[in-house]
Design a protein around this ligand. Structure first.
Ligand code: GLC
Length: 801
């Protein structure tokens, strides 16, 4: 039966169940990759078969060499296949890039596979990372579809990095790497006697603490670890691949690589599986053990099954069904996968090497776990709280492994701690987390998480301008506004909105846990701040964004460029700073000045020339990234704000415009993968208007998931209970959501017989009409005992509130 293809373009389509993206032409406009990780070990894999591998940290602990060259995309870990007549091809596509008679690359959850047929040999190369081993497995299935016996030589190739990437001092670093061949393990082993990380006895003075291995399920016929003997001519046609045996050289002082040769004879119709491994173990024994484990293709199959199960569990906890299959696909599967595998576990992708934890970044990402497995959000919160200083400031980012971090004067990053804590509490009711004692970076005794949060809030509150607006410092959420307020005079209206939200939320939290004084204090501050924001921050038709140290405004009608900024409007609504009238005015301005075909841009018009008193934002090409592009992360907030003021059509339209499946319908304009969100899409001031970039490594994935679920569909956790408050396209006849909340399973069906945008008219719980507890437009559902399952039917109708 022919496979049903979803959202097909000339480059590929989703599989019928949406669980795979199938690329049918290897010449995609940019590398279309997968980021595969088990939370510690990981790899990237492009449709060409290129990519890199790491353990724990994609930058400090890269196993294999890779250079950021998205046009060539020819760094990777490759398998060359040659046959008895001298034909040569790759089991992926590169580096040989022969013309296969068939080609499909399937990116799935936790694995990718390239299937192709070359010269009568069908091959399927499946690459994955087992759940609990520090390695990857390349399972290669071969089938002889020709009528004669075939003698195949398989030759693998990768270049060792073993440490910090990229290793541009290769001539220095290669001299510290040693390789050997372990006959019993069928594996090349590699170690490095130097690691470029600081230690108590100085820099560059410690061993790379792992043993790397590259093994094969068959006993290799030969091997090589010397790039010089192996490579000869070119990566496309290396000398080694042409030779009957590899040079068998190992040792020190080489330019170290790993290449294994295995030989396979296939009669007509015969099939064979060969598995290769690559990994970084903690010891020699572990390296040998893991390499040997995957001598058995059965062990590989079991490990791959376990990977599939793990992802099914993670992705299956929340499920929506709406009239829009593109929304369902992203919300049910791909956004969650991107946020977890790419942003939280891998923390790396082709456009950004990453590896570190961004204080605000992974905290926001960890919100994806709230409806799935909130204990993981809890861990992330506590981890970040330990990267705060006792004055309330935080590391902007820090590196796991070395714990080296950047402590700067960014003004918002610390506030994401209380922000995410408040959301975590709404989801779980786990007030006990507030009493968890956590150290500060500069004080091991530490304080409770509640105090950590207050220190953040109080610090931002304490840094206000004479008229009471928060100071922007070295930048706020917008990293690119990096020089607006370095003299600690410039102000941020957006930061004011953000702080207002947190003050309100923490006033409630404080009251609930019995801290009346603080609750009153925070409520008072919120009201003062709201007054100043509306008095000073309103520009006539929208909120301006910031002032420079000089007092000059950004995002105001007074400006020629950067007249209006998105975040200052969306957050005025999200944070309840704007009243109803102003909220609508602000969102009208978004519609009028910022919304374009690819979504709402971050500011308009773009800056045409660098301004040293704005910062690097103004140095980007006009229309690129923060300088007037659609910055997807911020664009998701526009969906939330539109839903909040009851504009169902607008909310859905904005969601769809930034939905990568929709953008990806024109791949030669959009360029980027259609199954994950991009960090940005070029705006109208760019010659490449509509082009997506910076895919995978973007905070937009977790947020787009959240705004769909909580903004559009309106199913959101509150301290009182799970709220149902849809704001949809009136033509939708309804939708359903299955979701856990506080241990109970809610099967929610929303019916919309009267073409409403929002509003709830009737509620049925487990088949019985139930009393409605209204909160604004929506209703709050009761809390049920853990491990019970309930069916909820909500009927919508417009109502006055
Ligand atoms: C980058 C940063 C993120 C920041 C955003 C906007 O994505 O990682 O922290 O908020 O840019 O500048």
């Amino acid at each position: 039966m022919p496979e049903r293809k979803l959202f097909a373009t000339k480059y590929g389509h989703f599989s019928a169940d949406g669980r795979e993206y199938v690329i049918t032409d290897p010449r995609t406009p940019r590398p279309w990759i997968n980021v595969i990780s088990n939370g510690d070990y990981g790899l990237t894999f492009s449709q060409a078969g290129s990519g890199y591998s790491w353990r724990t940290h994609a930058q400090l602990n890269r196993l294999t060499r890779w250079e950021q060259d998205l046009l060539r995309d020819d760094w990777g870990k490759y398998i060359y296949i040659t046959d008895e007549s001298g034909h040569c091809w790759s089991a992926g596509w590169k580096p040989v890039a022969a013309e296969p008679s068939d080609y499909r690359c399937r990116h799935g959850f936790g694995y990718s596979a390239i299937e192709s047929r070359n010269f009568g040999i069908r091959s399927v190369l499946t690459v994955f990372v087992p759940n609990d081993d520090p390695c990857e497995v390349w399972k290669l299935e071969l089938k002889n579809t020709s009528r004669r016996t075939r003698r195949l030589r398989l030759t693998t190739y990768l270049e060792w990095c073993l440490g910090v990437a990229p290793d541009w001092h290769r001539e220095f670093h290669r001299t510290f790497i040693e390789t050997e061949f372990d006959r019993k393990a069928h594996a090349i082993l590699a170690r490095k006697r130097l690691w470029e990380i600081p230690t108590a006895r100085g820099h560059w003075n410690t061993e790379w603490k792992y043993v790397a291995f590259h093994g094969c399920s068959l006993a290799p016929q030969s091997f090589d670890t010397d790039k010089e003997t192996f490579l000869g001519g070119s990566l496309r046609q290396p000398d080694g691949v042409k030779r009957p045996t590899l040079a068998r050289s190992t040792g020190k002082w080489l330019d170290p690589i790993a290449s294994l040769r295995a030989e396979v004879v296939l009669r007509p119709g015969e099939e064979r599986v060969v598995c290769f491994t690559l990994g970084a173990a903690d010891s020699l024994q572990e390296a040998q053990k893991v390499a040997k484990k995957y001598h058995s293709p059965k062990a590989a199959d079991e490990a791959l099954d376990a990977v599939r199960k793990r992802w099914e569990n993670l992705l299956g906890t929340v499920a929506v069904s709406t009239p829009d299959p593109a929304l369902d696909l992203m919300v049910n599967l791909w956004l969650k996968y991107q946020a977890i595998s790419g942003r939280l576990w891998g923390r790396t992708a082709y456009y950004q090497t990453g590896g570190a934890f961004g204080f605000r970044d992974q905290l926001q990402d960890s919100q994806v776990f709230l409806p799935i497995d909130p204990l993981r959000t809890r861990e992330q919160i506590l981890l970040h709280s330990r990267h705060q200083f006792k004055d309330g400031s935080v590391y902007h980012w820090w590196h796991p492994i070395t714990e080296v971090g950047l402590h700067n004067n960014m003004s918002d990053n610390l506030l994401w701690l209380p922000f995410v804590v408040a959301n975590y509490l709404a989801e779980t009711g786990d007030d006990a987390i507030l009493q968890e004692r956590q150290p500060f970076v500069d004080d091991v005794t530490g304080m409770t998480l509640f105090d950590h949060c207050h220190r953040a809030i109080d610090r931002v509150w304490g840094r206000r301008s004479p008229r009471g607006l928060p100071l922007i410092g070295a930048g706020d959420w917008n990293d690119g506004l990096s020089a607006v307020g370095l003299d600690m005079k410039g102000e941020s209206v957006w930061l004011g909105h953000f702080l207002h939200r947190i003050l309100l939320d923490f006033a409630d939290i404080a009251l609930r846990v019995g801290d009346r004084t603080r609750s009153v204090e925070y409520r008072g501050r919120a009201s003062v701040l709201r007054g100043v924001l509306n008095q000073e921050g309103w520009d006539g038709e929208w909120y301006w964004r910031a002032t420079k140290d000089s007092g000059e405004k950004l995002g105001s009608r007074e400006n020629k460029e950067g007249k209006i900024y998105l975040n200052a409007q969306t957050w005025a609504v999200i944070a309840d700073v704007a009243d109803e009238v102003r909220g609508k005015q602000a969102m009208d301005a978004v519609e009028k000045y910022l919304e374009h075909k690819a979504g709402p841009i971050l500011l308009a018009p773009a800056y045409k020339a660098p301004d040293a008193n704005i910062g690097y934002l103004s140095r980007y090409a006009p229309g690129a990234r923060e300088n007037g592009g659609v910055y997807t992360h911020a664009a998701t907030w526009a969906v939330l704000a539109a839903a909040k003021i009851g504009r169902g059509d607008m909310a859905y339209r904005l969601f769809s415009k930034i939905n990568p499946i929709i953008r990806g319908k024109k791949p030669d304009e959009y360029y980027a993968e259609p199954y994950v969100t991009p960090g940005n899409i070029d705006g109208p001031d760019s010659p490449c208007y509509g082009r997506g970039g910076w895919t995978w490594y973007t905070g937009s994935a977790a947020w787009l998931f959240r705004v769909a679920l909580e903004g559009l569909l309106g199913i959101r956790p509150t301290a009182e209970g799970l709220m149902v408050d849809p704001c949809i396209k009136p033509s939708w006849k309804g939708f359903s959501v299955r979701r856990m909340f506080r241990g109970a399973l809610y099967n929610i069906t929303v019916k919309n017989p009267r073409r409403a945008t929002s509003g709830v008219a009737a509620l049925e719980i487990d088949g019985v009409p139930a009393e409605m507890k209204f909160r604004g437009r929506g209703v709050v559902l009761p809390k049920f005992p853990p491990e019970t399952e309930h069916s909820i039917v909500v009927t919508m109708a417009e109502r006055k509130h």
